[in-house]
Design a protein around this ligand. Structure first.
Ligand SMILES: [Zn+2]
Length: 282
């Protein structure tokens, strides 16, 4: 498979040929950075874990340069840091039994540049070769520019692909902003309580991101627990761990649907819910 960057790589944990690894993919996660997949797309990883009829493939769009570093990694150059981050992502892919993991190796600025079409072209090739049923990416209300840019490139790629190459579902999930604020009927709710040990391993291998004091591992597991407990105010918890998503599928079924207006709909429904409760109780 031709990818634009010379540093691009496809890692296949079980050593299968690339075409086999991609064609067995049923669930695909596309994230900006190393470690985002394990935070936002764990539902897909879990769906495919230990299964012979399903396969999860991850795609990391950026090269991981410019990431903060402290402690053991404080003296690492940008190049050394990119090597570390790729290695950590490979560890996660191995632990999670991914079918494949694709590193696209773009700078953040390249991803954020809407005139740079290379990333969209790479994504189209990967999706056409893997034909997933479900794709997970960042949610469009995330507060990290590179995350939102990645989600926009995924939508562009899918809109340019023939309809029979598009997945049945496209979900935007939680990293830099959770989705608890969505009205409940606007939430896609993923129950991810199975294999909690696996979940903890997957968010725990990214030592370079965690050791400086950013406990993404604890925060991610805590968010899932909080989502589960605070989801329903009546009755006991039905799950110990939930991830919330926004259904982005309408954006790839209707190319004319304006992306900003689509997300505004969720925000406006939330605003209306808040103001109508205050009006009711005042
Ligand atoms: Zn990220």
């Amino acid at each position: 498979m031709e990818l634009h960057n010379s540093g691009a790589e496809v890692y296949v944990p079980d050593g299968s040929p690339l075409d086999v690894a991609l064609s067995r993919t049923t669930h695909l996660g596309v994230s900006a950075h190393q470690d985002d997949i394990e935070i936002m797309a764990y539902h897909g990883i879990l769906e495919c874990f230990g299964r012979t009829d399903k396969g999860f493939t991850g795609v990391t769009v950026t090269n991981g340069s410019g990431s903060p570093r402290e402690g053991l990694y404080g003296r690492y150059t940008d190049e050394e840091m990119q090597v570390v981050r790729r290695q950590e992502q490979k560890k996660a892919a191995f632990i999670g039994e991914y079918s494949a993991h694709v590193f696209l190796d773009y700078s953040s600025s390249a991803v954020k540049d809407p005139t740079n079409t290379h990333g969209v072209e790479d994504l189209k090739r990967i999706i056409a070769a893997s034909r997933p049923q479900v794709i997970y990416t960042h949610n469009l209300a995330d507060k990290h520019d590179t995350h939102v840019a990645t989600a926009l490139r995924v939508i562009s790629a899918l809109r340019e692909l023939p309809r029979d190459s598009r997945p049945q579902h496209l979900y935007g999930c939680e990293v830099w902003r959770d989705l608890d604020w969505l009205n409940d009927h606007d939430k896609v709710v993923f129950n991810v309580q199975a294999h909690e040990n696996l979940a903890m391993s997957l968010v725990g291998v990214f030592d370079s991101q965690i050791c400086g004091g950013k406990r993404y591992d604890l925060a991610t597991m805590g968010r899932r627990r909080a989502n589960a407990t605070y989801f329903a105010s009546h009755g006991v918890d039905e799950s110990a761990s939930l991830i919330f998503g926004i259904d982005l599928t309408p954006l790839i079924e209707d190319e004319q649907l304006n992306v900003g207006e689509y997300i505004d709909g969720f925000i406006n429904r939330f605003a209306k819910e808040v103001s109508s409760r205050i009006a009711k109780l005042s």
